[in-house]
Write a protein that binds this ligand. Structure first.
Ligand code: FES
Length: 383
């Protein structure tokens, strides 16, 4: 433990040093002290929206949101007093009651449902398993703190599901207005496409003019989907029941490099039965630190597309026919030799690609210069 007497706070009887500007949550996390969070998003400024990360600070009248409160020298902080537990649990109950969260009725005998569950199961679409079931931060907190969900009745939403775009489904009935999507859009991706709109019970995440995403400034990078802690933002792949968010969590995660451009974003391919069902960014590593663009995140249908070419083809008598790689390479080599002999090396040019690796591009220019004997080498500008 660092013991800098100038800058220390005491969290749960442990003295911890801190740097000017650090929040109580950051100091706790750095020292391995667990404080539960929900709306907190690493890399974005805190909103203090969910009040799950509450702590008790000596001499402070109210409980403090640790994700938003800066550490101050000699502060005495407690993270798990009965007062904190009581208020935190109530906040989780409020969040559960703020929308359509029927997960608590799943896998349970209807005879043991509480009034909350009965009401939840009366709402439209109740029979649908939430696409985030099993991978929902709110559900996880409710189970962990054994929330009974009996005190507050669920509130219906008047906003219909929005799915008029090829990538993202917005289910406002499951939104808890934690603001993570807004922070991700505005501060991580800096697209400024969404914000919190309206007031009170009409509050909603909106685009400019409250238009559907497809008519807004949204570029469909999917950062909002990646950070949504509940089932309010889901990819279309996950929304279709053949591939729920739960199933994708069971998928094999294979780390690789995105091949759409030369940036080299690090991605996970989520694979079930040899089929890619989802792509996510790899957190905390350069160059993308978990973020992706629309192509990297959603452009993977081509991998298993039935029209994808899986073998070289050679045109014989005007018709394209499948061929082996040896046959194809032989014919290309023959024709190139013939062109070089008849018209000289400068009659040949090689186009490489931003989609291939540095090493492959190096080999292509080496082949062009050393084997063919021309400097006519460039790359295809269109990705
Ligand atoms: Fe701190 Fe939500 S995590 S208020």
């Amino acid at each position: 433990m660092d013991m800098d007497s100038e800058n220390t706070i005491v969290i749960d009887d442990r003295r911890c040093s801190f740097q000017q500007g650090e929040t109580i949550l950051q100091v706790a996390q750095r020292n391995g002290i667990h404080i539960p969070t929900l709306c907190h998003l690493k890399g974005a400024s805190p909103t203090g929206a969910c009040r799950i990360c509450l702590v008790e600070v000596e001499k402070a009248r109210n409980l403090v949101a640790s994700c938003a409160a800066p550490a101050v020298n000699d502060m005495i902080v407690k993270t798990g007093t009965p007062r904190i537990v009581k208020v935190r649990n109530m906040n989780i109950e409020f969040l559960l009651a703020s929308g359509h969260h029927n997960c608590f009725a799943q896998d349970m005998d209807p005879d043991s449902w509480t009034d909350f569950q009965l009401r939840a199961m009366e709402t439209k679409g109740h029979e649908d398993l939430c696409p985030a079931y099993g991978d929902c931060r709110l559900q996880e907190l409710a189970v962990k703190y054994q929330i009974k969900t009996g005190r507050f009745m669920p509130v219906d939403t008047s906003f219909p599901i929005e799915d008029v775009n090829p990538f993202i489904v917005r289910d406002f009935s499951r939104c808890i207005l934690c603001g993570r999507c807004v922070q991700a859009c505005n501060e991580i991706q800096v697209n400024n496409a969404i914000s919190l709109g309206y007031r009170g019970s009409s509050s909603k995440i909106v685009t400019k003019g409250d238009m559907p995403l497809k008519d807004s400034d949204c570029v469909f990078c999917g950062e909002c989907v990646q950070v949504c802690p509940v089932g309010a933002l889901i990819t279309k792949h996950e929304f279709r029941s053949e591939c729920s968010k739960v199933e994708t969590e069971d998928a094999k995660k294979i780390r690789t490099t995105c091949s759409y451009c030369g940036v080299g974003c690090q991605i996970y391919l989520h694979v079930i039965d040899d089929t890619v069902v989802k792509v996510t960014g790899v957190d905390d590593v350069p160059p993308n630190y978990g973020s992706l663009c629309v192509k990297g995140r959603f452009g993977f249908d081509f991998i298993h597309h039935q029209e994808r070419l899986t073998t070289p083809m050679i045109r014989k008598n005007g018709e394209l026919k499948d061929a082996s790689w040896d046959e194809a390479l032989d014919i290309v080599a023959e024709k190139m030799k013939q062109i070089k002999k008849e018209s000289g090396p400068d009659s040949i040019g090689v186009l490489t690609s931003a989609r291939i690796s540095n090493e492959e591009n190096y080999l292509a220019q080496k082949f062009t210069r050393a084997v063919i004997g021309t400097n006519n080498v460039d790359h295809c500008a269109r990705l």
